[in-house]
Design a protein around this ligand. Structure first.
Ligand code: GUN
Ligand code: ZN
Length: 435
């Protein structure tokens, strides 16, 4: 067992997520072996109250530093690291002109292996300890990412993209083979250590009925496997999806019609929804990955936080690199704050709708874990959670030091770090008690 003494940030799962942050100015985090052989949080609380309960324990003192849960990125594309910052008129030309050409390159082993290595190190540098990630349609790209994640002891959820139509040569897969490959990858990797498989229909327009049906059958056969896809991101995409699946009530309902909405199903974007779509999310247990930097960069639109909270379905934050512009959860939280200030109708600010800093932080940690149905496992520093955490240095830059020193409450401190922070704020990233 080992303990860390510093300020500690965590979230109370029993409180309203808008105000659930718990902050111990002089805290102690005790880490030790958990049931599955993974290091977990054994105790957390005020240093003075707790230290006496662990006589002789080695305590690493980190004065001036803040320990916080590792960030959870609910939706990112590991083959799109080099697509960041590719401007396009909108989603569909962006896919055609930048993204598919890049993903074609993942047929070559030296290409996907170096991409996986770089991707994981970039996540860790930015304090991301769990990600749900798209691979490409090439099964080997999945093997490369799982292998690299395993070497780092990292929790990773990924899957082979399913896209058997409306995709160019080099990324388009074959219906039957794609489903055989998916099942083989589930059996090889899912629930092996900290790895999880996600059945990954890229988006309904890139999949035939037969491929979606097969994906839904696998989702029923393997109920604890994740599902990840995209929905209601862009107006042209929605129009196209409606033409291709006219019998479904809405674009989102297409996924339900093929058995692809349930707990552990995560849909990126979820921008252009009506209340029936929101109720479908709530009633099926599916979750939204909110991708603000991507949605702003590609001009896709603004996630309706008020609508999501009114109807009540799960959501969390995601970078969506390379549509998204940054690996840094701090940048993503700031973009989400901007989005929270807009209204869907007209962009005028809505007084009272701004997202609080602690709610933004929750969306990228405990909230994202909850949306992935991994609450109590990751994304928080409650006893029993896996010991994935970060050490923040609030004096990492002169401006951060100046601003955080003036913070007179927790929200001011978190806001200073969200607005001014980047990878320099992340001093250390600890994966399952190891760094
Ligand atoms: N829809 C289908 N594929 C993609 C993708 O790679 N990125 C985004 N943002 N949307 C998509
Ligand atoms: Zn995406």
């Amino acid at each position: 067992m080992k303990a860390y003494r510093a300020a500690v940030l965590r979230f109370d799962p029993l409180r309203d997520p808008h105000q659930s942050a718990v902050y111990e100015e002089d805290g102690l985090l005790v880490v030790g072996p958990g049931p599955a052989g993974v290091q977990t949080v054994q105790a957390v609380g005020p240093y003075r109250e707790l230290v006496g309960q662990f006589p002789g324990i080695a305590v690493e003192h980190l004065p001036g530093r803040i320990i916080a849960p590792g960030f959870v990125d609910m939706h990112i594309h590991y083959p799109q690291t080099d697509v960041i910052g590719s401007p396009a008129a909108g989603l569909l030309p962006w896919l055609e002109n930048f993204t598919f050409p890049e993903e074609k390159r993942f047929v070559a082993p030296d290409y996907f292996a170096q991409a996986a290595t770089f991707f994981i190190s970039e996540l860790l540098r930015n304090g991301v300890t769990t990600a749900q990630t798209f691979a490409t349609s090439h099964p080997e790209s999945v093997n490369a990412l799982f292998t690299e994640s395993k070497n780092n002891g990292m929790r990773m959820i990924t899957g082979k993209c399913l896209q058997d139509r409306h995709s160019p040569d080099g990324v388009r897969d074959q219906t039957e083979q794609s489903l055989i490959d998916t099942e083989a990858l589930i059996q090889q990797w899912h629930a092996k250590g900290r790895l999880g498989y996600a059945i990954t229909p890229r988006f309904a327009p890139s999949c035939t009925d037969a491929q979606l049906r097969g994906a839904g059958e696998l989702a029923a056969k393997y109920p604890d496997v994740w599902i990840q896809s995209h929905v209601a991101e862009n107006k042209d995409e929605i129009k196209w999806a409606r033409e291709l699946f006219p019998n479904s009530r809405s674009y989102l309902a297409t996924y339900a019609d093929f058995g692809l909405m349930r707990d552990r199903a995560v849909f990126a974007h979820c921008i252009h929804f009506d209340d029936d779509d929101r109720a479908l999310m709530r009633d099926t247990g599916a979750a939204a990955a909110v991708c603000p930097t991507s949605n702003l960069f590609l001009g896709s639109g603004f996630f309706d936080y008020a609508g999501a909270d009114r109807v009540g379905y799960r959501y969390g934050l995601a970078s969506d690199v390379g549509g998204g512009t940054s690996f840094s959860p701090l940048h993503t939280m700031l973009a989400a704050y901007y989005v929270g200030r807009t209204s869907v109708e007209g962009l005028q600010s809505k007084p009272g709708l701004s997202l609080s800093p602690q709610h933004l932080w929750w969306q990228h940690t405990a909230g994202a874990a909850n949306a992935l149905r991994l609450d109590g496992v990751i994304g928080n520093l409650q006893p029993g959670c896996e010991a994935d955490f970060i050490v923040l240095n609030p004096t990492a830059t002169p401006l951060l030091a100046r601003k955080t020193a003036r913070a007179s409450n927790l929200d001011e401190l978190l806001f200073a770090m969200i607005v001014l922070g980047d990878d320099r704020l992340i001093q250390r990233t600890v994966i399952a008690g190891t760094d």
